[in-house]
Design a protein around this ligand. Structure first.
Ligand code: AMP
Length: 299
């Protein structure tokens, strides 16, 4: 077995994290815990860890006996012309941070380990969830979510977690994964945790690394726009909120790809708040980065 041990520099960080590259090795490593009835938490990531990822790891550490983080930049969720080749990567730093957050196992497979030659199956969630917002064919398209559900379904089968952790930052992804888990009877619970933000409100994202200083400053308009929607919606008008948000974005020179209010679970468009949680989601290109953000408006 190829067990790569990485430990922190100080005694407090000395909890070693085991890095596994092969599915069979990970299964074998998890077997004793599973047989002993210990709970397993899974945090899927594409790496380049920031505080958003760490909040998921800490929640998993607090709630589960064994914490697995996957570290895999999944090529099948990137469209042609998207940023797969330049997606930021820093495995050394990720392993250190994972160790400090108390992760027990990092599963960091190669592309060939996940998609060996002859791989030809897909998991697809239909019913409209994957064809709106980012799934609109003029944007990333439903193929993006097919890539996500296929890799997440595979990770669920490889790891066999009791709880899997996702971020509200990718709200549509979380809704699609929840639907997949319901439809296909994956025996696990999904937990979705709040978006972690920079002090000026910008949602943390690995892709923020693409932002030049001036664009980084402009990017804060996204969260200000969403805060305006939440404020106006609470005062009684979602539509007025969306108008205020458009003005906020325009003032920063940002033309959104979309800024829409939708039912938070079904992702159907809504005009006003109607007693169910409403998701207001935005996507925009700011300089070299395509950013997404959202706010959940509870009834
Ligand atoms: P990624 O590495 O971007 O695929 O993200 C891995 C997980 O971290 C996903 O469930 C994301 O929704 C979550 N995540 C990313 N950014 C944040 C954030 N700012 N706050 C909370 N969760 C996040």
């Amino acid at each position: 077995m190829n067990l790569n041990l990485v430990s922190g520099d100080t005694p407090e960080q000395d909890a070693a994290v085991r890095v596994l590259r092969a599915k069979a090795e990970l299964r074998a490593a998890l077997d004793p815990a599973r047989r002993a009835g210990r709970t397993i938490g899974l945090v899927p990531t594409m790496g380049y860890l920031h505080e958003g990822h760490l909040s998921l790891l800490r929640a998993a550490r607090a709630e589960c006996d064994v914490v697995v983080m996957s570290l895999f930049v999944n090529p099948t969720q990137f469209g042609p012309g998207e940023d797969l080749d330049r997606y930021p990567r820093d495995e050394e730093s990720d392993l250190r941070l994972a160790g400090e957050a108390g992760v027990d196992f990092v599963f960091a497979p190669s592309v060939a380990e996940v998609y060996p030659e002859g791989f030809s199956s897909r998991i697809e969630v239909g019913g409209g969830l994957t064809e709106v917002l980012d799934g609109d064919r003029s944007r990333r398209g439903p193929e993006h979510f097919r890539g996500v559900t296929t890799i997440v379904g595979k990770l669920f089968n490889i790891v066999g977690p009791d709880i899997a952790y996702f971020g509200q930052k990718d709200a549509q992804q979380a809704a699609v994964v929840r639907q997949m888990v319901r439809d296909l009877d994956f025996p696990l619970r999904i937990e979705v945790l709040p978006t972690v933000r920079e002090p000026d409100g910008l949602a943390m994202s690995s892709r923020n690394a693409y932002l030049e200083p001036a664009d980084r400053e402009r990017a804060a308009a996204l969260s200000r726009a969403l805060a305006a929607v939440a404020r106006e919606a609470e005062a009684g008008s979602l539509q007025r909120g969306l108008e205020a948000a458009r003005r906020e974005l325009a003032a920063a020179g940002i033309e959104p790809e979309y800024l829409e209010a939708r039912d938070a679970e079904r992702l159907e468009q809504v005009q006003e708040c109607n007693g169910r949680p409403v998701l207001v989601a935005v996507a925009a290109r700011v300089g070299a980065a395509r950013l997404i953000d959202n706010v959940l408006i509870e009834p």
